[in-house]
Design a protein around this ligand. Structure first.
Ligand code: NAP
Length: 543
């Protein structure tokens, strides 16, 4: 790509043309693209290393649930050719190595400032620029502020009394110690049974002395079917990358899995059973995303698909009472994120593993020696908090972001996010969200690449024309927000409490489900965004 002349319109007194927050999957690529434009860019990253999600979440068993070879960047043929994924669903260390390799290969580190958590960002009217302040007080300014802060990056501890009193070892899965934790022979308690907990539980169950799983809501889990990738297989994958990425572009979530066009009742009971068996026996998210097309909108279709998985759980868990507790009763298959697993249900057949249903016996407090429920105290050496995230808007809320007239983004979004295309917010000029709320989400790297490229196109457009202020209009925001809301109606997922509907019972004001994601599918999302770009961004206020 040719290098454009540097923006004439950015005054020298601004430190940078653009500041990017976050050096994860999207921030790294955003830096690469902006640098191609010849811009002065600085990335601020809170961690001591790059990788975002794959830097922080180093808990035992952490790995992709998306096929590794669909998750890598697609922009560099050389990178695609030289990187050999070792497993179909790569473990965290492999992905962290991959992202470090990317940072080195493209010489990204010289513009990344580590251990730099952004505390606040304030729009400056006179200069049409952003002032940002780090937690340690250092200040920087830039014309554009790009948030590449992820959708699951603000971890939350449970609102249970006594958390700080525990004298043993305690860790949240998101802030796992780099040196690891030795579980051999230890009495371990884990709170949470989401995708993170499922991966952790099935891994540590191999070595723990005793494990108590404190479950509030079971999820519908299904087999991952991971496997090593041989050299020959990797060569074959590499020869088909164009085809693989093209396939991802056609599916709603940018995965290789897409819904079966048939409706559940269009096929016989025997055919349905055979179809579900095939999905259950196949690797990856097919069991969620490859279901009959009405599974996530039609209650009866959803009930039947859920019953199939319930039967599997009953077959795999020996104690029928435990099996019943592991079968979700308050939501159907796929209406929350489906955790993929390897031997998760069989863990509950081990004599040293116990499932504690905290609906029956609520946790009263964390004590210095363990966890006290309404019926007894569990003495523990280690407590694991797999208690999730203040998702989607949480990472925004944790930065004091103020736009025109000092309006706080957190206040503006109190009743839910309002955006234009999930990228811009009215009253927050020159702030561009990479993978923001109400954008088309899915396979993270596939969707982040698109988001980065769209944002880069807008910045290029602005800089080449001497435009110093880029902003969403109130009509544009209203139209997009209404569109997202309308698309979300009738989706069973949007009725259910989960991080995907912005619910986190540990966070004030986030107790009820909201429509937080664009649910029209990524192809339609791209069509919208491409049309806006093709029109010369006429829907934006440019100054
Ligand atoms: P999560 O799905 O939000 O799960 C949090 C768990 O903690 C839930 O079981 C929740 O119970 C429980 N919990 C929270 N506060 C509690 C409290 N005060 N008392 C008792 N239980 C409490 O979070 P997660 O498991 O970290 O996963 C988040 C997302 O990260 C996943 O859905 C997935 O998208 C992503 N992820 C991806 C991968 C991968 O690609 N392989 C792996 C892991 C995670 P309730 O459900 O009752 O609230």
């Amino acid at each position: 790509m040719s290098t454009s002349p540097r923006i004439a319109a950015v005054p020298e007194e601004l430190d940078f043309d653009a500041i990017v927050i976050g050096a994860g999957v999207s921030g790294l690529y955003q830096l690469y693209r902006l640098r191609e434009l010849g811009l002065r860019v600085r990335v601020f990253e809170a961690g001591t290393g790059v990788g975002g999600t794959w830097y922080w979440n180093r808990y035992p068993g952490a790995r992709f649930d998306s096929e590794s070879w669909t998750y890598g960047y697609s922009f560099s043929p050389e990178l695609l050719k030289e990187w050999h994924w070792q497993e179909h669903f790569a473990p965290q260390p492999e992905t962290e190595r991959y992202l470090n390799h990317v940072a080195d290969k493209f010489d990204l580190r010289r513009d990344i400032q580590l251990q730099s958590r952004v505390a606040s960002a304030q729009f400056q009217e006179e200069t049409s620029s952003w002032d940002i302040v780090l937690e340690d007080g250092r200040r920087y300014s830039a014309r554009f502020l790009l948030t590449a802060i992820g959708i699951l990056s603000a971890p939350t501890m449970p609102n249970i009394p006594g958390v700080s009193t525990f004298k043993g070892q305690a860790c949240h899965t998101h802030a796992w110690p780099k040196e690891g934790v030795d579980f051999a022979g230890k009495r371990v308690g884990i709170i949470g049974t989401g995708a993170t907990a499922v991966q952790t539980i099935q891994e540590i169950a191999k070595t723990v002395g005793h494990l108590s799983v404190f479950q509030r809501t079971p999820n519908w889990c299904a087999p991952l079917h991971n496997g090593k990738i041989s050299k020959a297989e990797m060569h074959d994958i590499q020869s088909r990358y164009d085809e693989i990425f093209a396939l991802c572009r056609t599916s709603p979530g940018c995965y290789i899995h897409a819904p079966d066009p048939r409706k559940t009742m269009e096929v016989s009971a025997a055919e349905r059973e055979a179809f579900w068996e095939k999905l259950y026996d196949s690797p990856g998210f097919g069991v969620w995303m490859g279901q009959f097309s009405d599974t996530l909108t039609d209650r009866e279709a959803n009930r039947l698909a859920s019953e199939f998985i319930a039967r599997k759980i009953r077959q795999r868990v020996k104690d029928p009472a435990v099996a019943e507790k592991l079968i979700p009763k308050n939501h159907g298959l796929g209406t929350r994120r489906v955790p993929l697993e390897t031997g998760y249900y069989e863990v509950y057949n081990q004599p040293n593993v116990e499932l504690v249903d905290i609906n029956d016996t609520p946790i009263e407090r964390i004590t210095p020696t363990g966890i006290k429920t309404s019926d007894r105290e569990y003495e523990l050496d280690i407590i694991i908090y797999a208690t999730g995230f203040d998702a989607i808007t949480g990472a925004f809320d944790r930065i004091d972001i103020r736009g025109v007239d000092g309006v706080r983004l957190k206040d503006l979004w109190q009743d839910g996010p309002q955006t234009y295309l999930g990228v811009l917010v009215e009253g927050f000029p020159n702030m561009l969200m990479v993978m923001g709320p109400h954008a088309g989400l899915g396979n993270f790297t596939r969707t982040a690449e698109y988001s980065v490229e769209w944002v880069t196109g807008l910045i290029q457009f602005a800089t080449e024309r001497g435009v110093t202020r880029v902003e969403a209009t109130s009509a544009g925001v209203a139209e997009w927000t209404d569109h997202v809301m309308a698309l979300g109606q009738g989706q069973l997922m949007n009725e259910i409490s989960s991080w995907m509907t912005g619910v986190n019972r540990n966070v004030e004001g986030k107790q009820r489900p909201r429509i937080m994601r664009y649910s029209g599918g990524h192809p339609a999302y791209r069509e919208h965004c491409d049309a806006v770009a093709a029109s010369g961004y006429r829907a934006l206020a440019l100054g």
